[in-house]
Write a protein that binds this ligand. Structure first.
Ligand code: F6P
Length: 341
């Protein structure tokens, strides 16, 4: 069998670990041949390929990013895109595809599976917002990077008696903010799922200063005040209709200064959260996902996605993983409020 592999959407630590596991098991256990597609769905759409075999995956387990490249290309939104993908796969003799991606990349995989393309999905995203899987790889690394930043910010905040705001990624899900904030001992955590009340935030900041500690606020890029709106960088949307988020951290620091008279500064962690080497947890999860994904290909169990449920890797229909975003439940947010202020 000839298997194509692609990585799409925002990159994240662990992508190379999946590619390595897919290829290593595919070659040794099933005698498969592989072909790499460049830059996400752009690869099958434009027939952009790269050799992929045991040689190419040597030494890539700890490497961040993806050896295949990535993009946010959406063949479904391109005129005749789906037909072009199918023609190219046929011409290249590709019998099955392993698509590694988040809601958008796997959304395309879902659409292609519905028209008979033999595809198996592997869920990735630092945002951890895919349904049907307890965790996606990349998330643990992002949380650890953000936690380390928060640890460092505590000491400088206290030296200068300042409020420090840390803006983290996560788009419409507050998982990174919630976990990094909790692990880093933040005094306030603001997430998209729970619009915040600025008066309440100011109250927490003031009570923190009164107890002679400097407040650290972790804010998710998609968080917004109750009477405000989502802050974006420009009006342009990507091929999947997403705006570029960011700006809430700065907005909040200015509001804190204006309302409390104390100095405030913002750190936007941005793509640092996505770069570099994966944690052990992400390497193990990504590797297990890869091993199970190639088993699904061997079983011709197409239209499925591998997922972590408890400690088991299971297969679920692709559509189940992409139907709705997995956001932070109110009960999880209620837990962390004990530490606010
Ligand atoms: O979905 C992953 C993610 O890192 C989001 O958290 C973030 O909003 C977005 O991608 C950033 O995308 P880009 O790489 O296009 O700046």
């Amino acid at each position: 069998m000839r298997v194509g592999v692609l990585t799409g959407g925002g990159d994240c630590p662990g992508l190379n670990a999946v590619i390595r596991a897919v290829v290593r098991k595919g070659v040794s256990d099933y005698g498969f041949e592989f072909i790499g597609f460049r830059d996400g769905w752009k690869g099958p759409l434009e027939a952009m390929t790269t050799p992929l075999g045991v040689h190419e995956v040597r030494g890539i387990l700890p490497r961040g990013g993806t050896i295949l490249g990535s993009s946010r290309t959406n063949p479904v939104s391109v005129d005749g895109g789906v037909a072009r993908v199918r023609t190219n796969l046929e011409a290249l003799g590709v019998d099955a595809l392993v698509a590694i991606g988040g809601e958008d990349t796997l959304g395309v995989a879902t659409a292609l599976a519905a028209v008979g393309v033999a595809v198996v999905g592997v869920p990735k995203t630092i945002d951890n917002d895919l349904s049907a899987t307890d965790y996606t790889f990349g998330f643990d690394t992002a949380v650890n990077i953000a936690m380390e930043a928060i640890d460092r910010l505590h000491t400088t905040a206290e030296s200068h008696h300042r409020a420090l705001v840390v803006e983290v990624m996560g788009r419409h899900a507050g998982w990174i903010a919630l976990h990094a904030g909790l692990a880093g001992g933040a005094n306030i955590i603001l997430i998209p799922e729970q619009p915040f009340d600025l008066d309440e935030v100011v109250g927490w900041i003031e009570s923190r200063f009164e107890s002679h500690y400097a407040p650290i606020v972790v804010v998710a890029e998609g968080a917004q005040p109750r009477d405000g709106s989502l802050l974006t960088q420009g009006v342009e949307l990507d091929a999947f209709g997403h705006p570029r988020l960011s700006g809430i951290g700065d907005w909040l620091a200015k509001a804190i200064e204006a309302r409390t008279g104390k100095e405030a500064r913002t750190t936007v962690l941005g793509h640092i959260q996505r770069g570099g080497t994966p944690t052990a947890f992400d390497r193990v999860l990504a590797t297990r996902f890869g091993l199970h994904a190639i088993d699904a290909v061997a079983d011709k169990d197409f239209g499925m996605m591998v997922a972590l449920q408890g400690t088991d890797i299971v297969r679920v229909p692709l559509a189940e993983g992409t139907r709705e975003l997995k956001t932070v439940p109110a009960s999880r947010y209620a837990e962390v409020r004990t530490f606010f202020g």
